[in-house]
Design a binder for this molecule. Structure first.
Ligand code: MLT
Length: 314
């Protein structure tokens, strides 16, 4: 009976629309990637994938919502480094990061871009870092809450310069980017996904990319090393279901994700904003689980060594 149940599930899943939780505000990079993939996966699965933004607390509010959802494959979460960093930065998550999630598959990887509002005096990366060091707490740096990519990038900049900058937390880099464009905040280090379009339309000024090589879509923007202050940072997104989700459902979700990642139109969209899919060898659920476990361990150690704790992360 059990065996019959499993294959019957594989045949019929999904039986209703799938909710894809985005743990940050609409318009940010996690939201952009989720909507692109969700639409594609929905077509493959024959059921709509509906994005729900549950923002707050550096992405942990959305993660908690996934943990509380029925483990039947109809609720997923897109998340990134912040999911792995959270145990080091939040005292009472209410779940065990290493066991609460069933990895569905890795999505995209790419660099961050350090950018400033147009009115900020430095006109290039070489001028930016000495300016930021001299301004220190007079310079406002936006981010998306403790543990977010934008937050950890801001911390890396602070550490490299040896000064404290004034951090301003938002519910995602979507609203943070709006304020950078509007000039209400000075600096934002955001994923290329949402930084590139604003730079290309001259709404903000790019100072440096956090990859070892320049980005093809931003050929005039130096690497941070070229700009004189090395900030190394590579982001990643993955899809997650709650633990206990049947293997047949996880396999079907992973297959639909792989169909999207093979589509030249999706790859072209990724490329146009300086991000990319993982190598195909890393498209399996097993590869994602392995990478995720390693990331949780890595960030636990690294954040402790950097002196970041639940008490002083914000
Ligand atoms: C977002 O979508 O707002 C970002 O992924 C937040 C971040 O990690 O910087």
């Amino acid at each position: 009976l059990l065996g019959f149940g499993t294959s019957a599930l594989a045949q019929s899943f999904p039986t209703k629309p799938i909710t894809l939780i985005v743990p940050f505000a609409a318009g940010g990079p996690s939201d952009v990637i989720a909507r692109l993939l969700g639409e594609h996966m929905g077509r493959t699965l024959g059921q709509q994938v509906i994005v729900e933004n549950i923002a707050g607390a550096g992405g942990t509010a959305g993660a908690k919502r996934l943990v509380a959802a029925d483990p039947d494959g109809h609720t997923m979460l897109i998340h990134h480094l912040a999911l792995a960093a959270a145990p080091a930065l939040y005292a009472n998550l209410g779940y065990d990061t290493q066991t609460a999630f069933a990895p569905v598959g890795l999505v995209n990887t790419g660099p961050m871009v350090i950018a400033g509002k147009l009115a900020l005096p430095p006109v290039d990366g070489k001028a930016f870092f000495p300016y930021a060091k001299q301004q220190a707490e007079k310079l406002t740096v936006a981010h998306a809450g403790a543990g977010s990519n934008a937050h950890l990038c801001a911390v890396l900049i602070s550490q490299a310069l040896g000064v404290k900058l004034a951090q301003v937390a938002y519910r995602g880099t979507g609203p943070a980017m709006n304020d950078l464009v509007g000039g209400q905040v000075d600096v934002l280090c955001d994923q290329s996904t949402t930084a590139v379009p604003q730079i290309q339309s001259d709404k903000i000024r790019a100072y440096a990319v956090t990859s070892p090589e320049r980005l093809a879509v931003l050929p005039n923007v130096p690497t941070s090393r070229e700009a004189g202050t090395e900030i190394d940072m590579t982001i990643w997104h993955g899809l997650y279901a709650p633990k206990g989700t049947p293997t047949a459902a996880l396999d079907k979700l992973n297959s639909a994700l792989q169909v999207a990642l093979k589509d030249p139109a999706v790859l072209e969209r990724f490329k146009s904003v300086g991000t990319s899919a993982f190598p195909t060898a890393e498209w399996t659920r097993e590869a994602h689980a392995k990478r995720f476990a390693a990331e949780v361990a890595k960030w636990g150690t690294a954040l402790k060594a950097a002196g970041l704790t639940p008490q002083n992360a914000n």
